[in-house]
Write a protein that binds this ligand. Structure first.
Ligand SMILES: Nc1ncnc2c1ncn2[C@@H]1O[C@H](COP(=O)(O)OP(=O)(O)OP(=O)(O)O)[C@@H](O)[C@H]1O
Length: 311
């Protein structure tokens, strides 16, 4: 049986106003059940790529001369973006896609429970009843989701009164209530301490393995990519410079890709472990000794990357 393609990005570029391009001819494919890290130095285009995949900002229209570019983003086989426009499928596709931002995920003055209940709005065909209250069943579902991410006891606190890590966990709970099949997490660890970061990554990893949710998570620190994500896509100046096993991302290799910028990607004192147990799809575990990873060339064209993905 062929594994379903959940995300297909075909040669997209993105510019803001007259600035030079922030994303340059980016292509990638994510299969159902993958957990993939997106790494890159500050300003490399990680957030922009995640936002274009989520249909939150339009990509540039493909050049009129064709030039081999197609400029399409497809989710679940349907176009989210084409011809420089977000398509009419966007609403339905967004309902299947959870997005977690670096911060400002919660409405501060609403309770954590209500914030999580908001995830159920995409499932509704009708508006909420008078007063905008959620039904008891919605609240029970939200409580189960909060329990799953370990913060059920905070349900009645205001969104503004819980810690950054707890806010990220509440945002993840909301995507559970939403029943998202694809989770796009844009630097969810950006403002968290190491212990909160590990907790958030463990939750994302559990959802990926246990529920088969496809996860694309952008990360500043490569150690989390290596520990939690079997595959990493690396951006530099808006272009993909590597797409392959995270196990290959040793200090030397990153230095080769990024030069001095690679220092931004490590926490001080970090050394890449020699062996990484990684899971490519739910239930499928493989151990990849770093020393046995074939010498990986840095991708210089989408064709090379595609060839590696299908190898
Ligand atoms: N709305 C916008 N208008 C103009 N420029 C933008 C906009 N959004 C992003 N940029 C620019 O695009 C480039 C890439 O930004 P982006 O936020 O995607 O990078 P990033 O890799 O996520 O960075 P960081 O890790 O610091 O969050 C930056 O130079 C940024 O200034």
């Amino acid at each position: 049986m062929r594994t379903e393609t959940v995300v297909e990005v075909c040669r997209i570029s993105k510019s803001f106003g007259r600035q030079s391009r922030v994303l340059c001819d980016v292509s990638l494919t994510l299969k159902r059940g993958e957990m993939v890290a997106l790494i890159g130095a500050s300003g490399s285009g990680k957030s922009t790529l995640i936002r274009t995949i989520g249909g939150l900002i339009p990509v540039d229209a493909a050049p009129a001369n064709g030039d081999g570019a197609c400029g399409v983003v497809r989710l679940f086989g349907l176009p989210m973006q084409e011809n420089g426009r977000v398509t009419r499928h966007a609403k339905a596709l967004r309902a299947r896609t959870g997005v977690i931002f670096q911060q400002f995920n919660l409405v501060p003055r609403l309770s954590v429970l209500t914030n999580v209940c908001i995830g159920s709005l995409g499932q509704r065909r009708t508006l909420l009843g008078a007063g905008g209250y959620f039904a008891a069943e919605d609240k029970r579902t939200a409580m189960r989701a909060l329990d799953r991410v370990g913060i059920a006891q905070l349900a009645l606190q205001r969104g503004s009164d819980i810690s950054g890590g707890q806010q990220q966990r509440a945002a993840i709970a909301r995507t559970l209530v939403q029943r998202a099949e694809l989770l796009l997490a844009d630097e969810p660890l950006a403002s968290l301490d190491p212990s909160s970061s590990k907790r958030v990554m463990n939750i994302l990893s559990d959802l990926n393995r246990e529920d088969g949710i496809t996860v694309l998570v952008s990360l500043h620190q490569v150690e989390y990519a290596i520990k939690y994500c079997p595959r990493t896509i690396a951006l530099r100046n808006g272009a993909i410079v590597y797409d392959g096993p995270s196990a290959a991302l040793g200090r030397d290799f990153l230095n080769e890709i990024y030069g001095e910028e690679s220092e931004q990607l490590f926490v001080p004192g970090f050394d890449a472990p020699a062996v990484h147990a990684v899971s490519t799809l739910p239930g499928e575990d493989v151990s990849v000794p770093a020393t046995t990873v074939p010498s990986l060339r840095i991708a210089s064209s989408p064709a090379q990357i595609d060839a590696r993905q299908t190898a």
